[in-house]
Design a protein around this ligand. Structure first.
Ligand code: EPZ
Length: 430
């Protein structure tokens, strides 16, 4: 498996362009199943996960082609309604085909995703919502079979916990239903808004965008549409944190600063300079005692649903706090097992103690952190190890980087352009 080798301790300088959002592209790719015809998606990142979703659409009978960052998908000739275990186990977001297949034809058979490194991640809220719209669901041989004899019927759905893909699945199932569907405690992430924009462009009637209460009035038909995928706020946040953790000054372009209110404030509280300029951030660390490294201060973080601090940036922010002055407490409220990166950071010399859903981080001077071989366990943990490797001195070797390639487009090249000493090496099948 390929590895990444980082020779750390160098500040980052220059500019970097942000790609389209993985977590907006995936539901919008699935939404093309709702109506036959050719759909055009602009600013689609070329990632392991978007390639997996396109492969899944292909198995369902769709055809697609990519020209640069534009992907066109023709879902006229759907030949199947089954998402196989082989694909779903590699990408949980495959469950997003349930909603559109139910909306289009009233039937879908999708493998249960199974657990993943960060938690059990059930889809019970998705299934309960479908059942309220008149869908029968049965579980057998590791698959969920969802079926509705006639047209889905609008209903009021309340989510016990805010669920991003649950909200997205119910949106896609209800746009062609008879009557009105109300989703209460809906997720408000910007990626949900981008999906709503696509569905409205297709002819859906949806009120309440960006709120936790969505009202969908079913329509009789939809038509193919074109959409621009929003910038990836988690990729943006990852680079913001990397610059603060390594020093220097970087302009982050083609992003949306308004999508990162919590992170911006936390970085400023930690001592970084974060300036918002239209569709760009300029982030820097003031020189400190002649060194290009921030005089970073520890801050406490609690992950919350949007617009709170994103759980998808928790691991990356920890890579900054391990070298900040003082003690920080990170409280993870969204997933039950999202500290897999802690053991790896401890190999670099970090002083972290896990106490249930919290991690207590005692910052140590960056020169006392030392590179070492580490292993990626999940997508955002792998990004945090890249940041930690960039920040500490010595050589850090990260294995299992296929995790990283699921969600970051050309990360090695983007970091090299910022002056990082990083390279990807193919390694024998170890
Ligand atoms: C989405 O996952 C994102 N993935 C995740 O990003 C992100 O971490 C997560 O939302 C939270 O923001 C995509 O959008 C493709 P949830 P999702 O349903 O929808 C529990 C990344 O790194 N829950 O909002 O699967 C669940 O276990 C990925 O890009 C149920 O119990 O997350 C979790 O504790 C990782 N039953 C909480 O709710 C359900 O039916 C929030 O999960 C659904 C969810």
């Amino acid at each position: 498996m390929d590895k990444i080798i980082i020779r750390g301790g160098k500040p980052l300088y220059g500019s970097v362009s942000i790609s389209g959002a993985k977590n907006a592209a995936l539901p919008i790719l699935a939404a093309t199943l709702l109506v036959p015809g050719t759909h055009t998606l602009n600013n689609v990142p070329d990632l392991r996960d978007t390639r997996t979703m396109l492969k899944l659409l292909e198995t369902l009978g769709a055809t697609h082609k990519r020209e640069g960052s534009t992907v066109s998908i023709d879902t006229t000739g759907l030949t199947g309604a089954e998402a196989p275990y082989e694909l779903v186990k590699t990408m949980r977001a495959s469950v997003l085909v349930l909603g559109p297949l139910l909306g289009r034809s009233g039937y879908a058979r999708v493998s249960l995703p199974g657990g993943c490194a960060i938690g059990a991640r059930p889809i019970n809220y998705h299934l309960k919502g479908f059942e309220q719209l008149g869908v029968q669901t049965t579980l057998a041989q590791g698959y969920v079979e969802a079926r509705c004899s006639g047209r889905l019927e609008g209903a009021t759905v309340y989510f016990d916990m805010s669920t991003v893909t649950g909200t997205e699945n119910l949106l896609m199932a209800s746009v062609l239903a008879k009557g009105t569907t109300i989703i209460k405690n809906a997720a408000r992430e910007p990626e949900v808004g981008n999906l709503i924009d696509m569905l409205v462009a297709m002819g859906a009637d949806i009120q309440g965008r960006d709120s936790d209460r969505l009202t969908i009035t079913g329509v009789d038909s939809l038509q193919p549409a074109e959409i621009d995928i929003i910038p990836d706020r988690i990729e943006t946040g990852t680079y913001l944190i990397a610059v603060a953790a390594t020093g220097g000054e970087v302009r982050i372009e083609k992003c949306n600063p308004a999508h990162l209110p919590a992170l911006s404030e936390k970085l400023r509280a930690a001592g970084a300079t974060v300036i918002e300029e239209g569709d760009a951030f300029v982030v820097s660390c003031p020189e400190h005692q002649g060194r290009s490294r921030c005089n970073l201060q520890g801050v406490d973080v609690k992950t919350l649903v949007y617009p709170g601090f994103p759980t998808d940036l928790q691991a990356q922010f920890m890579a900054l706090l391990i070298q900040a002055e003082g003690t920080s407490i990170i409280h993870e409220t969204i997933f039950e097992n999202r500290f897999m990166h802690v053991a790896e950071m401890q190999r670099l010399g970090a002083d972290i103690t896990i106490d249930g859903a919290s991690a207590v981080v005692r910052g140590i001077p960056p020169e006392q952190l030392c590179g070492a071989p580490v292993m990626a366990t999940d997508l955002r943990a792998s990004a945090s190890l890249v940041i930690a490797g960039l920040a500490c001195s010595g050589v850090t070797e990260i294995s299992r980087i296929y995790h990283l390639e699921r969600g970051y487009e050309n990360m090695v090249e983007k970091l090299q352009a910022l002056g990082a000493d990083v390279e990807k090496i193919a390694s024998s099948g170890s």
